[in-house]
Write a protein of this length. Structure first.
Length: 45
């Protein structure tokens, strides 16, 4: 299991592995619920 650090796709800040993401760390893209809700509408920016 990779317990490294990732960069949030919205705010570009680093965030670390958390126990609640244990099963799906590979799919986690956002540091918080707020960033997930504010994700860009399209991928082309």
């Amino acid at each position: 299991m990779n317990k490294g650090e990732k960069i949030c796709k919205v705010c570009k800040k680093p965030f670390s592995w958390r126990k609640k993401w244990e099963r799906d760390w590979d799919e986690v893209l956002y540091c918080s619920e707020r960033c997930r809700r504010n994700k860009p509408k399209t991928l082309a920016q």
